[in-house]
Design a protein around this ligand. Structure first.
Ligand SMILES: [Fe+2]
Ligand SMILES: [Fe+2]
Length: 412
């Protein structure tokens, strides 16, 4: 009889005394049908092995006595247990730090995930017979752009602390009308942040864990949005102020963000159009901030938003490159959202007024006129930057212009 290279030297270990911790891994490391040779001096093992093999659905092939007093038992691995371990790319710390990108790349993402692997980490041996799971986002091209693990690593490295990384002690006493304008802007920002927290959260439980890089990235995005809401509300109240107005148009606009059931459409509306437009808004707040604290809040949250926009563009570009029907779906989603807004919708008036005063920095009429000019310029810049982003995503110039103009006047 010939047998495979796998041999287990078990000494006098009995089956119920630790032998299985050697035998089972040896069987798992062979292909189904492969043979393991077990060397043993235990008489009890010789008695127990055949029934163990029947119970675990391996085939006991028999035993032969060796001249040195040991017995060699031969066991053929059954076809029913976990598959042999997949080959993985070697991972060495010598090549750099243990990033998620390096670790997760050791076992590449599948093109399509199967329902039976569920939460088993990619690369784990999955025992057959487990349950199936109802994850609906199972195609890599519509879930995970190639740079997703690197974006997760960037996000982890860039986390900051709302309590300690903002110079709260650098607030200054402002004209109460300017302070109220800041409070209004922060109220608006916080409301939109909460939507940015809830919208991607809807998709996270639908993503098959085979694409865990995207789930992990979204987890950082949710933490970012929670921190943004925290820091904006804290700034609104920091000088003893109260919150401003939540406008109906913001309510309609954000409800429109919650409606898409498609992950790519949702990412497009939220991250490419909405968060993309917020980059310009936050740059405006940073440029005209009346104190270092407000300025740093705008700067730090903008840097996080830039990463969310990066993910949005990567996700949408990757999907568009692999499925040309996505163009029409994104256009239709933008049109549906525009149609769900009141016909007369324009930028929320309390916010527009507050942005004018912020840019004026004063209530002197001449300065307010300049603030108004700066606000008009901001709207132009938002449209122009959105157009460019849409072209970068893969739309032609005419489509980009049309979609940008259809974007909500609520900015997000
Ligand atoms: Fe945010
Ligand atoms: Fe965001």
């Amino acid at each position: 009889m010939t047998f495979g290279a796998v041999a287990v030297d078990a000494g006098d270990l009995p089956l119920g005394g630790g032998l299985l911790a050697l035998l089972r891994p040896a069987l798992a490391s062979t292909e189904p049908g492969g043979v393991v040779a077990l060397l043993s001096t235990s008489r009890a093992t010789a008695q127990d092995l055949p029934s163990f093999c029947r119970a675990e659905r391996h085939e006991y092939l028999g035993a032969e006595a060796l001249p040195d007093g040991q017995t060699r038992h031969l066991i053929r691995r059954g076809p029913f247990s976990v598959p042999k371990h997949a080959r993985e790319a070697p991972l060495s710390l010598a090549t750099g730090p243990m990033t998620a990108a390096a670790m997760l790349a050791a076992v590449p993402m599948p093109d399509a995930a199967t329902p039976d692997t569920a939460f088993a980490p990619r690369g784990a041996q999955v025992e057959p017979g487990g349950p199936t799971y109802p994850f609906s986002l199972v195609k890599r091209d519509l879930v995970a752009p190639p740079e997703i693990a690197a974006l997760y690593d960037q996000a982890v490295a860039a986390q900051w602390n709302a309590a300690t990384d903002i110079p709260w002690n650098e607030l200054v006493e402002l004209d109460p009308r300017i302070e109220r304008a800041v409070g209004q802007i922060m109220t608006f920002l916080a409301e939109n942040e909460l939507a940015a927290l809830y919208v991607p959260a809807r998709f996270l439980p639908r993503i098959h864990p085979a694409f865990v890089e995207t789930s992990m990235f979204l987890a950082t995005q949710l933490a970012d949005e929670a921190r943004h809401a925290h820091v904006y509300l804290a700034r609104a109240r920091a000088q003893g102020g109260s919150l401003g107005t939540s406008s109906a148009v913001t309510g309609y606009s954000l409800r429109g963000l919650l409606e898409p059931e498609d992950f790519v459409e949702s990412t497009f509306l939220l991250s490419v159009l909405g968060e993309g437009t917020f980059l310009d808004l936050l740059r405006f707040v940073e440029a005209h901030a009346p104190d270092r604290c407000t300025q740093e809040i705008a700067r730090r949250t903008r840097l996080d938003e830039a990463r969310h926009v990066h993910f949005g563009l990567a996700h949408v570009r990757h999907a568009l490159a692999h499925d040309p029907t996505v163009f029409a779906r994104l256009e239709a989603a933008t049109l549906r959202r525009a149609a769900s807004l009141p016909a007369t919708a324009s930028a929320p008036a309390p916010l527009a007024d507050a942005l004018v005063l912020l840019a004026a920095g004063s209530v002197e009429p001449a300065k307010v006129a300049r603030g108004h000019e700066a606000y008009r310029a901001l709207l132009e810049e938002m449209h122009e930057a959105r157009r460019k982003r849409l072209v970068h995503a893969g739309f032609d110039e005419a489509q980009a212009d049309r979609l940008s103009l259809l974007h909500t006047p609520n900015f997000m």
